[in-house]
Write a protein that binds this ligand. Sequence first.
Ligand code: GCW
Length: 732
Amino acid sequence: MKFLPLLALCALGLTVSARAEDGYDLWLRYHPLEKAAQSQYTAIGATVVSASHSETANVTRDELVRGLSGLLAKKVIAREAISGNGAVVFGTPENSRIIADLHLPLEKLGPEGYLIRAAVVKGKAVTVIAGNSDVGVLYGAFRFLKSIQTRVPVEHIDIASAPKVKLRLLNHWDNLDATVERGYAGSSIFKWWELPAHSSQRMIDYARANASVGINGTVLINVNASSLILTPEWLRKVARLADTFRPYGIKVYLVARFSAPIEIGGLKTADPLDPGVRAWWKNKTDEIYQNIPDFGGFLVKANSEGQPGPQDYGRGHADGANMFAEALAPHGGIVMWRAFVYSQEVPVDRVKQAYDEFKPLDGKFRDNVILQVKNGPLDFQPREPFSPLFGATPATAMGMEVEITKEYLGFNTHLVYLGTLWQEVLESDTFAKGQNSTVAKVVDGSLFDKKLTLMAGVSNIGSDRNWCGSIFDQANWYAFGRLAWDPEARASDIAADWVKMTFTDNPVFDSAAVTLMLGSRETAVNYMTPLGLTHQMGTSGHYGPGPWVDNVGRADWNPVYYHRADAQGIGFDRSPSGSNAVEQYAPPLRAALSNVATTPENALLWFHHVPWSQPMKSGRTLWDELVTRYGQGLSEVQTMAANWAKLKPYVDTERFDITADYLRIQERDALLWRDASVAYFSSISHLPLPAGQKAPLHSLGYYEDLSFPYAPGQGAPARKIKPPPVDDAPSP
Ligand code: GCW
């Protein structure tokens, strides 16, 4: 940025960073607050006080020193005793005399909660950050810094917070060769080749960022797993990472490939009831704990999409899960057993299959097993109803898995804030125990009084300098952590905090950026899959539109399976006259969803096959409404891009530009989605476009011929390569 314009902006009171920012610092930038805001915090002195030198206390101290000196633009030093007013004192009653003597109400905060309070110690005004464990205190330190980053007054601060969910985990779908399944931010951040000799600074920064939002565990490898990770050489690599993450309260977990006893153990079977197999897993688990004493446990994808599992031996999911549970129990480890199972051999509506499989197993799992259920019954679509498994298994611990990486939502280039999607699911009422039995209450364990609770997020982190492939995708990592801590938190509050911490505290910028984020998911639904349509993405890559696709080997991987459009209408009949998937929901919902008139329009085509002529709330017919929604999605992206352009004066060049460029890509893609979908469905409905709606730019054949063999995130090399049409072919 040139000198003169910068001066002019300063004169206008705008805060623009003169140096380019690449996003590496995430929401932990700690740039000096504007002068006016700094004067709010003059009571905070220049010392950080702790008597503890545990690894976690040391990183807490360093974070506070770094944060306070950055934000308040002054020299802050660490001490062991209070020397004057304004000290920030942190610790637990065990490691700090000062905190013990204050007799703070810490009992209800559990092992990871914190209390931040203004207090007077020996006549000096101080701020205390206390908890029952060092990690709780670390979370408190991040919260204190957040208060300043978001310009909350702290003079009379009195905040107590404890996580409502026990396991707040990232799931990496990272392969050992550094590719990332469904990853759009470069290659894996885990440099297995260099481990265990070298663990980079980036691993520390990764742990810091996770701890700052309360994430306390990470599954390091893809659920489509390699057994190799369980061999001695690789376990040493894992142990080095565990050592790096430990000070930040982050445990490591691994995926257990069901067939490992055969692949690396030399056994003839992996039958979970075979004594030799059970002994093998017990020994393997003991070996893991010798390397990593606080190892978290196993995540397992079994009998799903070609992965091996207990059903290969005629056994059930509970047999498989309990075998691991038995091996882990003596060490305090847990099993996360995925409920993402479906089979084309089963002639049942795919979205019913997980419930059919697991509902009868309720109560059959050991105490250290938790079922990990995707938020919706299908597969991380732009919109799905909540999975009917939530609320259906009172005797089984159940956690929720969401996808932070945007496999079905335009990868890293589309701006889609997922906080609103997850909030919509979490606040859905399952009616499992009458009204207000929300999914959040299943997830936080309060509905069925469960102690083992879990939120898992499929990571969007990669080797890109900005971590997530785009600046706004960082918000999804941030929001995941916040919602895992408190599943009843509001997506709008989270977005507002993130914007202030990531960019600036300028009300003009903040309100425009938050508005952009809050509308973005509905916009994507509109241009991709409006009115309850689902899984209309092209084969394999899942990026662009492919509503015509009907040639993939298994029926339920084809978009035509899901939209079921014909000359009469469109949608999947899941009412009692159709697949009757509605029966899996509790009675009041079941009744409402069985009927077109009482099904929310945003889920209409998920539950019903509806005539094109059906009148909608807008007064339009279904056909006209569908076409209108696609167009609306496109025009909303155009508005997003125009609104972002207006924010240029408030943002550093690099972060402004990447976002502006990506919005242009999103606009191009929204047009493609709209035109391709309208072209295809017109060919089925044979109806004219509603007045004012433009004809697609190209013929249907043009769109059908597009192919994107190199779309990232697919892992395996492209199966079919076709040259793109010569004219203005979009690229993925
Ligand atoms: O959505 C599908 C993805 C697969 C993924 C699978 C799963 C890891 O397309 O890439 O595999 O879900 O969740 O297991």
